[in-house]
Design a protein around this ligand. Sequence first.
Ligand code: NG1
Length: 498
Amino acid sequence: MAGTPISTHSDLESVYGEGAAAVRDRYVALSKAHHARFGTKPEIFARAPGRVNLIGEHIDYEGYGVLPMAIHLDTIVGVSRGGADLTITNVEAHKYGDLTFSADPDQTVDVGKHNWGNYFLAAYKGVFETAAAKGLPRPDISGLNVTIQGTVPTGSGLSSSAAIVCAASVALMHVYGFDFTKEASLGEVSEFTARAERYVGVTSGGMDQAISMLGARGIAKLVEFDPVRAHDVPLPAGATFVICNSLAVSNKAESATGRYNLRVVECRLAAAVLAALLGERREAARAVRTLKQLEPVVAARYSGPKGSTAGAPLAAVHELLHPGTYSAAEVEEILDAPLASLFEGDASAALVLAAFRDFKLHDRAAHVYSEAARVPAFRDVCLGHGSADEKIAALGKLMDDSQASCRDLYECSCKELDQVVALAKANGAIGSRLTGAGWGGCTVSLVKDEDVDAFLRVLTEEYVRPLIAEGRLTEETLSDNIFASKPSSGAALLKLDL
Ligand code: NG1
């Protein structure tokens, strides 16, 4: 397959457009910090953006397409060779202290000791693992000096983690001469970065890394998986997406067992139980890994007289699964096997099973199947023929439906997110929803261009500014926590003379 090179630039304008002048100071500060710490400037810079997911929440790990766009907030990394270890520093040294790891690519990431450097380490391991899988010879491994700076707020649902993993991977591929993109597509690169991020202990899907690698200025993307590929989705004229951080911090890696990873387990159990109840042999049912894999089985049973199976998965959920919780014993009886046997070798799932014995299968599956259908619906509206106003109204409705489903069926909203969404809807948002994993973090609201200024003013005064008074935000970071965003470009390598 022909390669898609990582985009490489020697100027900031081609990456950041008109925002380049403002961003330049960050690169200069990073370069100075690197020089002050390591006595040399970075040999190479890389950057990767955060993202906002417009629709399609908690369905990427179930195999379904999602519809995100890259945002202007990003992580930048500067790297030079030196020493024997991996020394990782952050421009914001007061928040993120220096870390030193061995340069051994085969080391394990200590997920019990969660720290920000684990994301760099995950990328490091991922790059070498991918090179080995491709049969590339391992180069001499020198130590590396790394300086990082990021503007994607952490724990906010804007993928600060993917931004750091992707920026680090792009820089590391260059440093070690592994130009995977010569024979691989950028989609494959985003697949390995997604796998790499799992080293930090979250069973994540691949959305964040895909859009961080494949984002494009001015265009949202429908991202599909297996293999990863992205299709352009031009947004209607006159529509702006406003992101507002609820400031309820949801640290995905630390809370994974009771939240994100629990949902991943619940979906897997829902798929297996549904398969069994649809009449699959028990062994085959236990092998079903995602709700998407179940679609052909559902279709065979539910196809209507004209062969239509639209809505069939949801019909199966309502008919075959009961609301409320399933106990572990009930699931084991249906599947005729101990739960642990379904998740062999999956350390994250083992932690979930050790902590939880009751699982909501009906509601989780109902969310996944209904949310999965909203993604192509959103794309179809964007690509369709209606007026801009009609399109905006239809997209707003899909976003509102998504929020209701995330809140009521997937239970991944929280009181702060609900509060911001309600405020947004009362002040001009056509649609508003949580974005990313949820349980805190950001909302995304669809606002007509002419209403954006007033909308930003009200949300800032009524929700965001009071957080400054509470000491949870500073005046300087206010604009990174509530802003209107246009789709931005994806990861890039920068050869800069600063
Ligand atoms: P956040 O937590 O917003 O970066 C996570 C997952 C995504 C996706 C969303 C929910 C990671 C790295 N990302 O996003 O893959 O599942 O939740 O739609 O875990």
